[in-house]
Design a protein around this ligand. Structure first.
Ligand code: ATP
Length: 305
């Protein structure tokens, strides 16, 4: 295939990545490597993660893959994983922080050709794939927090409420074709696998890692292989026009809760009850006067009733 030499060249250029302090990786298990050979041999997918590209360090996997995606020869399903991101991003240019070798930090290029508003399905199906993988590998109770976080049960509070802590953030970058369809979508995953408690960042949604929740390090390779397999499965289901919205909504901790919402681009704060989500992932919030608001993107804080 024509694309192979191109991909190899790209992979080589990615390996020439900036240096980082190896001392910070001292406690990382050396068998926990995610090299191209190791992962490519372990993958169970048909096309997702083929090719799989690895680099030790990078600015941002989403930014790099977005530049690569401008070349139509770079195939849908290409995965780029880094052991460290110097400029990892969340939504709205917020920083994503993770010490080297402690996480699964990767981006997937997808070319679904959908109309723009359907692109939110990608965040939905990625959230489900991550949640199912965590449950399958660790047994932890896993849910989603609207719109783009994966959370795990932390501990019962005094009133036996489950507290949900963020273990993974998803970031979707979409490029549209002139006809309004999705030309390329870059789906970024930042999953806190073996981050120690004192290395977690300060964040508005309390963060955690699988290491903290399970009490022992989790091998990243089986988790990555399982996750990419589920991602391929859910993406193919969505490509056959099976909407992921209902299954996704069932996992949302946000539904039925009293919430405070700040929509993107608005200074106004909305208080209400998150009633449901629609087909396109918008959060439907009923305010105190009974009016229903559809929120496409925003920050949501769960309030106490
Ligand atoms: P929130 O998590 O409050 O819903 P968000 O959805 O906008 O916010 P993301 O886009 O998922 O957040 O990611 C960026 C934010 O995540 C940062 O502003 C920071 O608060 C938090 N963060 C950064 N690194 C991590 C990490 N490793 N684990 C958990 N949270 C992190």
């Amino acid at each position: 295939m024509e694309a192979q030499p191109l991909i190899s060249r790209l992979a080589l250029s990615l390996i020439r990545a900036p240096c980082y302090n190896l001392d910070t990786m001292a406690d990382r298990s050396m068998s926990d490597e995610l090299s191209e050979d190791t992962v490519s041999r372990a993958l169970t997918t048909e096309w997702l993660g083929r090719p799989y590209l690895y680099t030790a360090a990078i600015d941002s996997t989403n930014d790099r893959l977005k530049r690569m995606a401008a070349d139509p020869a770079v195939a849908s399903g290409t995965v780029l994983l880094a052991d460290y991101q110097s400029s990892g991003r969340g939504r709205m240019q917020r920083r994503w922080e993770a010490p080297p070798g402690t996480s699964l930090l990767f981006s997937v290029l997808l070319r679904p050709g959908w109309l723009a508003r359907q692109a939110t399905w990608l965040t939905m199906l990625a959230g489900m794939a991550v949640a199912e993988s965590i449950e399958s590998v660790t047994g932890l109770l896993t849910r989603l927090k609207w719109p783009n976080d994966v959370v795990i049960a932390h501990e019962a509070g005094i009133d036996h409420d489950i507290q949900w802590r963020k273990v993974c953030g998803l970031l979707l970058d979409v490029a549209l074709a002139p006809d309004g369809r999705v030309e390329s979508a870059i789906l970024g995953v930042g999953l806190n696998v073996n981050i120690a408690k004192d290395a977690l960042p300060d964040a508005s949604t309390p963060p955690t890692s699988l290491l903290i929740a399970v009490g022992r390090p989790i091998s990243r390779l089986p988790l990555l292989v399982d996750l990419l397999g589920r991602l391929e499965y859910h993406y193919q289901a969505a490509m056959s026009v099976r909407s992921p919205a209902v299954a996704w909504a069932e996992r949302l901790v946000t539904i039925g809760q009293a919430v405070q919402v700040t929509a993107v681009g608005s200074a106004e704060v909305l208080n209400g009850i998150a009633e449901s989500v629609d087909e396109w992932g918008q959060l439907l919030v009923r305010d105190e006067s009974g009016a229903l608001h559809a929120i496409a993107a925003g920050d949501v804080t769960l309030r106490r009733h």
